[in-house]
Design a protein around this ligand. Structure first.
Ligand code: ATP
Length: 330
């Protein structure tokens, strides 16, 4: 029996969480879910969007599965996702992107792993209003954080038989901050028998759109990592299929790349694939490799049978799609 924190989120969060829990249960994994709420709904009763009990729960269980929690745009509280990563020092954001069966995309054989630094850069939230017409954000990059994420990228590359790592910066313009990130990657690369390639983020975006097959593992600071991982999600069928994991020294939180999709919430239209693939990675992480493999095969078989949700051009509801996966689990 595993103890795992479940943050159900809001928007489509509860629908896709329920779907994933049903699939995991069918695969026979015994999990005692420690269900926690966070976000706007919690502010009314507890005063903050991310109460200590959520952090404490993840610290207790070490592992969490998380659905999206809405972040207000341009005002309101700080992103729960960003806070959680910071509080738990989940310094690496790992986003493997590869083609799924029968999901129509512009390119075949895409197989890119995005490794994004998760704790600093413009996401440190150091902002100030100078006057009514001027605001500043500080882009903070440290050697410690840059070297540990570079080490994570290389360790991942070695463990998963990847061929090379490409570090992505804008070091020609942000000479000090991105320059430090680049220098850190170069330093760490010397300890490995894998090549480090270097590319500027603007060129990287163009190359990804024109020829994504040329890339293997991408290593990026926080902001570029966020943007490029959505770009990579677009290469493999969109946000509905893009998985993610936030991993630190002591804790790991697995969550889809997409947001809470309020436009389709409560309509039984959400695609649970991204959340399911994040959960598959979580099962591998806790040593439930056989269940992870069975669920992945059931998902692939469902897609091969052309059962797909609307975002992938199909007409299955979230419920139909989930039931089809459940039926395909041997
Ligand atoms: P955030 O800023 O919170 O990350 P976002 O701006 O990236 O959110 P999303 O909430 O991820 O936005 O939604 C972007 C678009 O993708 C919306 O049209 C949404 O309906 C669609 N979308 C996102 N996730 C899914 C999903 N799991 N299934 C189907 N459609 C989705």
């Amino acid at each position: 029996m595993h103890n795992i924190t479940l943050i159900k989120g809001d928007g489509i969060g509860p629908e896709i969480s329920d779907a994933v829990l049903k699939i995991i249960k069918t695969a026979g994994v015994e999990i005692n879910w420690d269900v926690q709420t966070a976000g706007a709904d919690v502010i009314e009763t507890e005063g903050v969007p991310l109460p200590d009990r959520v952090i404490d729960s993840v610290k207790r269980n070490k592992v969490a599965l998380k659905s999206p929690v809405t972040t207000p745009i341009g005002k309101g509280f700080r992103s729960v996702n960003v806070q959680l990563r910071k509080e738990l020092d989940l310094y690496s954001n790992l986003r493997p992107c590869y083609n799924l069966p029968n999901v129509k995309t512009r390119y075949d054989n895409v197989d890119i792993v995005v490794v994004r630094e998760n704790t600093e850069d413009l996401y440190a939230g150091i902002e100030r209003q100078i006057d009514n017409d001027t605001a500043e954000s500080i882009k903070r990059i440290t050697r410690t954080a840059s070297e540990r994420i570079a080490k994570f990228a290389f360790d991942y590359a070695v463990k998963n038989n990847r061929k090379f790592v490409t570090v992505v910066t804008k070091a020609n313009i942000c000479k000090l901050s991105d320059g430090l990130f680049l220098e850190s990657a170069r330093n760490i690369a010397q300890n490995y028998n894998l090549p480090l390639k270097e590319i500027l983020v603007d060129n990287c975006c163009m190359q990804l759109v024109q020829n994504p097959n040329q890339f293997d593992v991408l290593l990026l600071p926080n902001l570029y990592g966020d943007i490029v991982s959505d770009l990579c999600a677009g290469l493999i069928g969109g946000l509905g299929v893009a998985q993610g994991a936030n991993i630190g020294k002591d804790y790991a939180v697995f969550e889809p790349v997409h947001g809470s999709a309020p436009d389709i919430a409560g309509q039984n239209k959400a695609n649970p694939t991204a959340m399911l693939m994040s959960a598959i990675e979580m099962l591998n992480y806790i040593g439930e490799d056989i269940a992870a493999k069975n669920i992945k095969e059931a998902l692939f078989k469902t897609l091969e049978n052309n059962i797909k949700t609307a975002d992938l051009g199909g007409n299955a509801s979230c419920q139909d799609f989930t039931d089809a996966i459940v039926n395909n689990i041997c």
